[in-house]
Design a protein around this ligand. Sequence first.
Ligand code: BGC
Length: 790
Amino acid sequence: MRHYNATKKMNSMKKYLSLLIMILAAYAVKGQENSLTKAKQIVSKMTLQQKAELVVGNGFHMPGMKSQGPVIGHTEDKVPGAAGTTHAFPALNIPSIVLSDGPAGVRINPYRNGDSSRSYFATAWPVATLLASTWDTSMIKKMGVAFGSEIRDYGIDIILAPAMNIQRNPLGGRNFEYYSEDPVVAGNMAAAIVNGIQSMGVGTSIKHFVANNQETNRNTVNTIVSERALREIYLRGFEIEVKKSQPWTVMSSYNKVNGTYTSEEYDLLTTILRKEWGFKGMVMTDWFGGHDPVAQMKAGNDLLMPGTPNQTKAIMDAVKDGSLKETVLDENCERILETIFKSPAYKNYKFSDKPDLKKDAQISRRVAEDGMILLKNNEKALPFSKNIHNVALFGINGYQLIAGGTGSGSVNKAFTISLDQGLSNAGYNVDADLKNVYTNYVNDEIAKHPKQTMMQQFMHPTPPMGEYVADEDLINKEASKTDVAVVSIGRNAGEGRDRKLEDDYNLSDTERALIKIVSDIYHSQNKKVIVVLNIGGVIEVASWRDNPDAILLAWQPGLEGGNAITDLLSGKVNPSGKLAVTFPVKYEDVPSTKGFPGKEFPDQATAGNFGMKQIPAEVTYDDGIYVGYRYFNTFDVKPAYEFGYGLSYTNFTYSNLKLESKVFNKKMVATVTIKNTGSVSGKEVVELYISAPSKELKKPSEELKAFAKTNLLKPGESQKITFVIDAKDLSSFDTESASWIAEAGTYTVKIGASSTDIKQSEDFKLNKDLIVEKDENVLMPQVTIPAFSK
Ligand code: BGC
């Protein structure tokens, strides 16, 4: 009886809840209708000139450079250092909104009008690659809330983030700004951060849509890619993101896809983004992206950033001569206005210019700790034993941590905690003699290169500082007076340029020699050597990883980096990050390396913006859907560290995998129990892969479909994890029928601690082929891309 009453109560509660949801949904639709009606009313009052100004940004301003655009209401007036603004129309009550970079934190000028008594620094959060390595969407959402409040407090309406392109090749210059080689990780992480940021009443711009996976010739390169690879790999993360979080805006990319600039491609911005996925917001270009403003309007690229008077003129002329229907322009305007209505500027929000940077720094530290990855830990070299007090810190990077990458993905922060500061803060004694040697060298090297403006640095970046050559005597002396050696290796990169193979992806000879000789000497005295990697993207590890006892991959961990690394070294925090990208044995093992970064056609070069030559180029994605672990697993190529890999100071067991049913029907629920069987508390990343039957369509041997991170489990504690798989998760894109099809047959659910360390698996059946979604064939390549073979 009691049970019956409880069930009754539960049922009425459920009814009440669904009623509430219906009412709220009705309000949301109503709200949208209202905002559209309001936008239409305003557009009906606008002159052609005003419309053509609304769809074109308010000009470009770069510190130290002449403005390229009208000066009225310029970005510089509102938030100095922000990337752009829209035009204001005071008579129509339409304010200018402020757009600012970027993915790792609010990027604005730290000082205004030469006044050094008041600063406007922002939190440098850990880079996206680290965020992805947390595999913890709820933590990233919380970080998003803190990020969102900083955006709002600094008077920004839309942050130009997150960046979520696929890390297709290890040399990609912006990989640090991106999450993963896998779209399920990228899509879910981006959705989490967008939901967090937008909950604070400010907008996001997910970027760069789409297939902007390299920086070489980024403004001209034509990406030739099959429709299947586009939909399953490059678009899929954006699709997950849009469906889970409705970002206010999407930023189209610089490149072309199969012959057309993405910002001019109707099928990308309208057919796929809006009609297939239900995107409700506006699309803006990347800065100076694309070529033809009229084609951009027609494609549904509503806002052209940063905007030039020539674009306004071209749009007005096109309406006048009939080549652009005014109704198309009206729709572009309506979508921009609907975005503006949501903005703090429209609501006349009085921003404080005083974000809580102290609190945010602590959040940034927690996230950094959660996304660092323990790659190697022989004989429990880590955490440091209680007997370790004196640390010899080798490598220039130990004294100058790289918080994040360069370009629009960088942040003006008040400080960066270096590893030596972090160790000292935690009470370790960082050997002062060695510190002197390194700091003197670093200072001398810095003095050799005069300080450059941002633009000079962009055009001719200072070459990275070479590693200091530490001689044997010095290392011997250090080994006799310290308890442990830490060797820190750093890498930096950023937009506009891809990384190099030598002395970047591959360690320099000096770096390799340093790791080897420090390891030999310390080992001869029975002391351990730890390597810390402060990098934004994948590097070569196989040739030197046998030398040290432990390797901690710290990524570029934001402004609190040195403290966060120390928390893991000391054991205050147990590492729980895992790789969201494969570390190959050698660069050539990655299939995209063959054609990367594509072909150039220098005889067709033209002059571009700021005197930068534009060289037409093309790159063919002949690796198809076999990107990252999809390739390594399917073709049995052993990586150095596989996708999904990461160690902990404790151990976990996986048990009791249960599928709700043996036959698939609309969805499948899988549960599994994770237990901490070691002696310290820890969190475990749990990965769900599916191996699908391959009748007509070739498929990767397995693909990640869901993931979760446990709570902090005490020794002996267990947690049951539940995953829900839907029909789309079973399907692949069949180009011939333009549909997502789940083929009948046996599917295997694999629960792994990594993509190759599968702990539990169970089969289920799909009785009949299932057409999960019927689309149109769009964005098809005009040339035949041969089917991928190893
Ligand atoms: C970058 C974008 C950035 C924009 C504005 C471009 O060069 O590709 O990611 O948001 O500049 O700074």
